[in-house]
Design a binder for this molecule. Structure first.
Ligand SMILES: Nc1ncnc2c1ncn2[C@@H]1O[C@H](COP(=O)(O)OP(=O)(O)OP(=O)(O)O)[C@@H](O)[C@H]1O
Ligand SMILES: [Mg+2]
Length: 406
């Protein structure tokens, strides 16, 4: 008994046989080295270097797919500039890092900028215009360069429009002593096209595109992070390569590669293993994929859920959309719902196919003509479990199970 408890205590205290610093694999962690991004670090540092002479850098617009290191690179450069300023004791530039997914109103963005540059402003109560004025006056009361990083800026613009963005890019016209520059970051390439041309041209004085990583680059990144995160010798050869190749196949997303590696470690821990093996990484991949698929299922429209339910009840396979439709009709009847037409259900099957939750293929049955076979792409039991979070479907699934057990 004693041993069991001390084991629990050890774990709760974070003493792990596997990890020495789990944090090093989390996505907010800014490592001291960013392999394969030296060129971008240098470029961005050079572009921002005018702040050291109290001059305004060009506005920069950075885009690239998710997990290509945009946030990590920019945070890294800022960190180094701030460290330099502290070391030599200069106070002529400020950085404000705003994540627009979290700060998604104009007020919140300005509030965050205010607190980063050191203006005291109330949480609420001011109008955005007033807030803007106070901020401007404060900044102009010194002689400084403020660089505002608007990360995931598409979130802000999609939610409240590009008004603030426009004002921020124009604020220098109203400043006499200080300067403001903007770094915009997004992973939504289409967003760039939707921007007002005036905003686009001033925000994108310099544009930088981050390319995806390939498998070898991802492996280098993982190896460095793994050395920080795992205890010596616990990582079996091949785990890093496996995680890197899985993530590279998807589009070179370093976050996904790191998540996979961390999760593999957690599974090893859960299994009380002394090493992290490729098998753990495989399991991690399966579980992550299943979770992602389940997230999609959870947010489907009701009748799409019913189509999945009908398929899952039939063991995850239907030999034609016609036979699937019959089950679907019975399900609707049992739930007291009006069924959609067979044609519509057939469309839903195609949509679910595109989402990767099921696969359908046309097969020829000789003189019976062609039919479309449908098969679930994920485990039936998992689907039933997720669908059961809807009370009515849950009741129905329970009834079916009891019926079968009897
Ligand atoms: N070259 C690299 N070396 C080490 N770690 C990296 C590197 N590139 C990315 N990472 C890590 O991968 C994860 C994702 O990177 P980051 O958050 O910078 O992606 P992003 O391009 O900002 O993605 P998103 O568009 O989704 O915000 C982070 O944990 C980051 O530290
Ligand atoms: Mg980012």
């Amino acid at each position: 008994m004693e041993d069991v408890v001390s084991e629990v205590i050890k774990r709760a205290l974070g003493e792990s046989r596997i990890f020495k610093n789990r944090e090093a694999l989390s996505s907010d962690y800014v490592p001291d080295r960013l392999p394969h991004r030296e060129e971008y670090i240098k470029k961005i540092a050079e572009l921002l270097s005018p702040v050291l002479r109290v001059e305004k850098p060009s506005n920069i617009f950075i885009y690239g797919l998710t997990g290509t290191g945009k946030t990590a690179v920019v945070k890294y450069v800022i960190k180094r500039f701030v460290e330099h300023a502290e070391k030599v004791g200069i106070d002529v530039f400020k950085f404000s890092y705003v994540n627009c997914r979290n700060e998604d109103t104009n007020y919140r963005v300005l509030f965050k900028i205010g607190s980063d540059v050191g203006v005291r402003i109330p949480f609420t109560g001011l109008s955005v215009a007033e807030l803007h004025n106070r901020l401007r006056e404060y900044v102009d009361s010194k002689r400084i360069v403020v660089t505002i990083v608007l990360d995931e800026v598409d979130f802000l613009v999609k939610k409240v429009g590009d008004d603030l963005l426009y004002r921020l890019t124009r604020v220098n016209d109203e400043l006499r002593r200080s300067k403001v520059s903007i770094v915009g970051i997004t992973n939504d390439v289409k967003f760039v096209e939707t921007l007002d041309p005036r905003v686009k041209s001033s925000l994108g004085e310099v544009e930088i595109v981050f390319p995806p990583y390939d498998a070898l680059q991802l492996a280098d990144i993982l190896r460095e992070r793994a050395a920080l995160a795992f205890r010596d010798g616990v990582l079996e050869d091949g785990v890093v390569g496996y995680c890197a190749s899985v993530a590279a196949r998807e589009h070179g997303d370093a976050r996904r590669a790191l998540d996979l590696l961390r999760f593999a470690g957690e599974i090893a821990e859960r299994d009380n293993a002394s090493r992290v093996t490729v098998e753990h990484a495989r399991k991690a991949r399966e579980e992550l994929e299943l979770n992602a698929a389940m997230e999609v299922v959870r947010t489907l429209p009701y009748h799409s859920k019913l189509v999945l339910l009908s398929l899952a009840i039939g063991g995850g396979f239907a030999e034609s959309t016609g036979s699937l439709y019959l089950v679907y009709r019975r399900v609707c009847e049992a739930l007291g719902l009006e069924p959609l037409t067979q044609r519509r259900v057939s469309d839903l099957v195609s949509e679910l196919d595109m989402l990767g939750i099921l696969t359908s293929k046309v097969v020829s049955r000789g003189r019976y003509g062609k039919t479309r076979e449908v098969a679930l792409g994920v485990d039936s039991a998992a689907i039933l479990k997720v669908l059961s979070s809807d009370t009515r479907i849950g009741e129905y699934v329970k009834l079916l199970k009891n019926g079968r057990n009897r």
